[in-house]
Design a protein around this ligand. Structure first.
Ligand code: PLP
Length: 383
């Protein structure tokens, strides 16, 4: 019997090694990885520059605590601030911790407690972020929930406007609901939120944990829209596999996170931050995201062509390298068949196949993946 808590429904694959978008299993089978470790490996497995940066840091020192000055944290924070148009950064170890920091900061800065989030959202598994999450299945058995969260339907303007009032500390929202089924937010919805938040002195928090660090073709997904949030949170792609999260906020919020108000022993540890610095240098360098956008457009158009007319497919949607294929039936069976074919993809909810390839994916890898998806979905049609 396994000595691990059975919290994960694991696949029957154990990796031996991985590089780029290729995973080789212990049995020697090769897989094309369109999961990126759940949107983490934006630069692919074992990226050379990240490996070099981490190795260099490992040779200097691993951990000293946040009692010490850290120019590597300063440099990396500056890159995040510059890329987002915001100003101050708090480093955490995960997405949930970045969201925790955002929720705490929003409450302290506004002196209010209510946080409005969306149905089908996902913000994490800690007590605050689980409460923020708009999915019952995440919360079952763990009650009572942390109080003062309110949930409204995604992209429902009237419901959102009605929920934001003088007691609202913040609205927390994803630009593309990742776990919730790849649903993209509407510009007019964001406009309404921003206006209403400003009216009532509430903060706008964008959860960019899955959408950020180039995943959608911009440094952060909110930049596809004409808004400026007060706070954004980042994690997944930030360390390309090393654990790190970040909360990035406006300069005027600085005073509310004064010394002693919040902290983390491991947050901003130099090894993870060295990975993040290398990731940001690579991803935000001139031309990189242009290339990502081109390949994402290729993926979108080729996928639409290949799946056109396939009975099983209801809708294809997404933003950049975040693609959902909504099917008519439960997709677990397709996921397993695709694994047999040597392609790894995720689901997002019961009926959506989710593709999150590394931003470094090649056109020929996109072609290979699409052919396998077409084969599996088309076979089902004739059964
Ligand atoms: C993955 C995810 C989180 C949680 O991140 P962890 O690192 O697993 O804590 C929060 N929000 C969104 C949108 C995510 O995709």
């Amino acid at each position: 019997m396994s000595s691990l808590f059975p919290t994960y429904a694991r696949w029957d694959i154990e990796p031996r090694k991985a590089s780029g978008l290729k995973i080789t299993s212990e049995t020697g089978k090769e897989y094309l990885d369109f999961t990126s470790g759940i949107g983490v490996l934006n630069l692919g497995h074992c990226h050379e520059k990240v490996k070099m940066a981490v190795t260099e840091q490992l040779n200097k020192y691993w951990h000293v605590s946040n009692m010490f000055q850290s120019s590597i944290q300063e440099r990396t924070a500056k890159m995040l601030a510059d890329a987002s148009g915001l100003s101050q950064v708090f480093f955490a170890n995960s997405g949930a911790e970045a969201n925790e920091a955002a929720i705490k900061l929003a409450r302290k800065a506004t002196g209010k407690s209510k946080i409005v989030t969306c149905q089908q959202s996902f913000h994490g598994r800690t007590f605050a972020t689980m409460a923020a999450t708009g999915q019952e299945k995440i919360k079952t058995g763990f009650g009572p929930m942390l109080a003062s969260f309110e949930y409204v339907p995604f992209n429902d303007h009237d419901a959102m406007k009605a929920a934001i009032d003088e007691n609202t500390a913040a609205v927390m929202i994803e630009i593309v609901q990742g776990e919730g089924g790849i649903h993209v937010v509407q510009q007019s919805y964001l406009d309404a939120i921003q206006t209403k938040c400003q009216e009532h002195g509430a903060l706008l928090i964008i959860d960019e944990i899955q959408t950020g660090i180039g995943r959608t073709g911009k440094p952060f997904a909110f930049q596809h829209f004409n808004i400026l949030p007060d706070i954004i949170t980042s994690a997944k792609g930030l360390g390309n596999g090393l654990p790190i999260g970040a909360m990035i906020g406006k300069e005027e919020l600085s005073v509310f996170f004064d010394p002693g108000s919040h902290g983390s022993t491991f947050g901003g540890n130099p090894v993870s931050v060295s990975a993040a610095e290398a990731v940001l240098k690579e991803t935000f360098q001139s031309g990189f995201l242009k290339e990502t956008v081109k390949k994402a457009e290729y993926l979108e158009s080729e996928l639409a062509k290949a799946l056109n007319g396939i009975e099983e497919v209801k809708e294809i949607r997404g933003l950049g390298m975040m693609v959902g294929i909504e099917c008519k039936q439960d997709v677990q069976v397709f996921l397993m068949e695709l694994q047999e074919e040597g392609l790894l993809v995720l689901s997002a909810g019961p009926k959506v196949l989710r593709l999150l390839p590394s931003l470094t994916v090649s056109e020929s890898e996109i072609d290979t993946a699409i052919n396998k998806i077409k084969k599996v979905l088309a076979i089902k049609q004739t059964v």
